[in-house]
Design a binder for this molecule. Structure first.
Ligand code: ZN
Length: 344
């Protein structure tokens, strides 16, 4: 490897993101301080997602995609929910990612929290988007917010469309029944996010998505993904799009329970992202640091991209995106955040 090549990697893949959460920063405090994960969902995320409209979703996705690109992430695997703006929401997110220049693999997470019609419309959005040529998976919020009929319908639709399913699994103790509820439905193409409370000897198939920063923030516990035989990939769960930072934290968390481990395992999880969006392997990120090997990166905070090429096109150079105006995106996102926060 030459000196120059040593500071170059393929584009990074964020294997679990929620672009709709980019406008949550600075939102008003919830009426009641949540004391557990269920409370965090009810008091924060389920109030935020019901308030979203398509214009908010657009600028939230633009900001999230911009911040991902600014950190060398060229592909985003997103999990979206907006119960009062379902139809067309995946197109809006796909357009935002394309405008910034990043690749996307999208899903609408269905739920029965708003009645069976909400789940039906969520499924229809997945089907419409994928049949129209969109790059997507079928989405389920989580087993604990869906009926058995909805879980089966989503699995059947994914099978019909020849794609996987993207779902939250055992993130908190409230979803402890997920392995039983999903038994027989999962496939290797499924993406199982979190799996903090998933027993080591489970029978679910699919790639496990590890989100260490989010798990710490929600106090749900440590997933310890090294214990699983499934492939493992890294996500942010909506806390930015910085996959190198996620790798560093994943390594430190593993180290906190196993002082003999090195960073190679967590680096392998980062590399699993390329199985989910293989084209990202052909993207090129030239970094401010070399060599980009696991031991160096694990102990070098603040590594930034210098130049990013996606699909042969330079989309980032000299510290800024080339296809969009970062200042304009931040200004529009602030406007939409003010509208969103006023509704909460
Ligand atoms: Zn999530």
């Amino acid at each position: 490897m030459t000196e120059l090549e040593a500071g170059v990697t393929p584009g990074l893949v964020c294997a679990h993101h929620h672009l709709y959460s980019a406008l949550a920063r600075g939102m008003p405090a919830p009426p009641k301080v949540p004391t557990d994960f269920q409370g965090i969902l009810e008091q924060i995320w389920w109030r935020l997602d019901t308030a979203l409209d398509l214009e908010m979703i657009r600028w939230s996705a633009m900001l999230g995609a911009l911040e991902a690109l600014e950190n060398g992430t060229t592909a985003i695997v997103d999990h979206h929910e907006s119960p009062n703006a379902i139809e067309g929401s995946l197109d809006v997110i796909a357009e935002a990612c394309a405008a910034v220049g990043v690749r996307s693999l999208l899903t609408y997470g269905i739920t029965d929290r708003h009645g069976p019609d909400g789940a039906r419309r969520g499924l229809a959005e997945n089907e419409r988007f994928i049949k129209a040529g969109g790059r997507g998976l079928v989405g389920i919020h989580a087993a604990f917010t869906c009926s058995d009929a909805s879980l089966r319908a989503a699995a059947d639709l994914a099978e019909d469309l020849g794609v996987g399913v993207h779902i939250h699994v055992c993130e908190g103790v409230g979803d402890i029944d997920a392995p039983r509820r999903l038994a027989g439905l999962t496939r290797d193409s499924w993406l199982l996010s979190h799996c903090v409370h998933l027993p080591t000897n489970h029978t679910l198939r699919g790639t496990i998505l590890h989100n260490p920063a989010s798990n710490l923030n929600n106090a749900v516990g440590y997933a310890d993904p090294a214990r699983f035989s499934n492939p493992v990939a890294l996500g942010t769960d909506g806390i930015g799009g910085n996959v190198l930072e996620t790798f560093r934290l994943a390594y430190l968390m593993q180290r906190s329970v196993d002082v003999t481990c090195g960073p190679d395992t967590a680096w392998g999880w980062l590399e699993t992202g390329w199985n989910l969006v293989p084209e990202a392997r052909t993207d090129e990120v030239a970094w401010t640091y070399e060599p980009m090997d696991p031991w160096h990166v694990a102990f070098t905070p603040g590594i930034m991209p210098r130049r990013i090429t996606i699909d042969g096109r330079v989309v980032f150079a000299d510290g800024r995106p080339t296809l969009v105006d970062a200042d304009e995106i931040r200004a529009k996102a602030r406007e939409q955040a003010a509208r969103l926060h006023a509704r909460l």
